[in-house]
Design a protein around this ligand. Structure first.
Ligand code: 16G
Length: 262
């Protein structure tokens, strides 16, 4: 049972954020409280009736708000025991100085990964792909898009483009793109990575099982072979609540001291 006298739901007057139907105002109020850390993963929500009384709205309004929050993955309902703030996935740190693959990053942390294929086929390249991959006229492009998960938790969406000369059959890739490229001597040795903050759109939020508009990291990686040729151009969306990208910074030409990089 929730102890309402000792919880966020028992504090002060409720000031719902203005605008839109009441159930959306209530939904936003709960989401904001989670973002501010006033209620935390695993915390129980009051019963529908208690919440309706507390916020001074109808039970129908509470039900609708809760239903939407469950659908967005913000709350979970456990049969017989109530409604809870959804658990937060474990955060993952990725070094910004090592050119590693997703599979290797996770293996180093003892985390098993798998992928759900969203797309893998050969297409006519877009003008952007032609320029970035340095394709010649008549060249085709292999596009592979995957949802990357650990257990049941989706972590990232990766949409990669490679020349079809390098990857004529995108269905031949197993669990790891880099492992596959390695076999033909085409594993990249250098990459430029650009990271931007993003608010997830409906499609990406649905795949990553977070509310629309949640914080995400938009990452573009352009990877090169030793010859200088671009081998891979990948746009990834990482969940903002699961990833820390960590860079080691040094002063001037100071030598490495053997400090641990993640
Ligand atoms: C990483 C790369 C991605 C690459 C993938 C290969 C970032 C942001 N992206 O996720 O560009 O295609 O690894 O992983 O780090 P795989 O070998 O496990 O398929």
């Amino acid at each position: 049972m929730t102890d309402l006298s000792n919880s966020f739901f028992a504090d002060g007057p409720v000031d719902l954020p203005a605008g839109g139907p009441l159930y959306l105002q209530l939904k936003r109020w709960i989401e904001d409280a989670i973002h501010r850390g006033e209620i935390n993963p695993g915390d129980a929500l009051p019963s529908e009736r208690d919440l309706a009384t507390r916020v001074d709205v109808s039970r129908v309004t509470v039900r609708k708000a809760v239903l939407h929050l469950v659908k967005d993955g913000v709350l979970v309902q456990r049969h017989g025991s109530g409604t809870f703030v959804a658990p937060q996935p474990q955060r993952v740190e990725q070094s910004l100085s090592q050119l590693t693959s997703f599979t290797e990053d996770m293996a180093r942390r003892g985390m098993a990964v798998h992928a759900r294929w969203l797309e893998r086929a050969v297409y006519q390249p877009s003008p952007e792909e032609t320029v970035i991959l340095g394709l010649s006229s008549g060249d085709q492009v292999a596009r592979i898009s995957r949802l990357r998960l650990t257990g049941e938790t989706p972590l990232a969406i990766e949409r990669a483009s490679l020349s079809a000369r390098v990857l004529p059959d995108p269905t031949a890739i197993g669990d790891s793109l880099y492992k596959h490229l390695d076999k033909s001597g085409n594993r990249p040795i250098r990459a430029i990575q650009r990271i931007r903050a993003a608010n997830l759109d409906a499609e990406d939020a649905y795949l990553l099982e977070v509310p629309v508009g949640s914080a995400g990291l938009n990452i573009e990686r352009t990877s090169y072979l030793a010859s200088g040729r671009v081998i891979e151009f990948t746009r990834s969306i990482y969940r903002g609540d699961t990833y820390d990208f960590v860079a080691e910074l040094r002063i001037g030409d100071a030598p490495a001291t053997g400090g641990k990089t993640p």
